[in-house]
Design a binder for this molecule. Structure first.
Ligand code: 9UX
Length: 69
């Protein structure tokens, strides 16, 4: 299992944090996700054989937030 921290920009409240956390944790290959409003970031534990960092960022973008590389 790898761990990566990606940017998550555009979150305004704790609801956003919960939404992004849920989106990330629902992905196949993700075992845990910790999202920080203050840091505008998410730290994700994932299996690189099953999902890429790029796909993590795309899921965040599809949820309505920005995740620049
Ligand atoms: Mo809070 Mo985020 O009311 O989309 S959930 S701003």
């Amino acid at each position: 299992m790898n761990e990566v921290t990606i940017k998550v920009q555009g979150m305004s409240c704790g609801g956003c944090v919960k939404n992004v956390t849920g989106v990330l944790k629902a992905l196949s290959g993700v075992s845990d996700a910790e999202v920080s409003l203050a840091d505008a970031a998410a730290t994700v534990k994932y299996d690189p054989a099953r999902i890429s960092v790029e796909a993590l960022r795309e899921a965040v973008e599809n949820a309505g937030f920005d995740s620049p590389a």
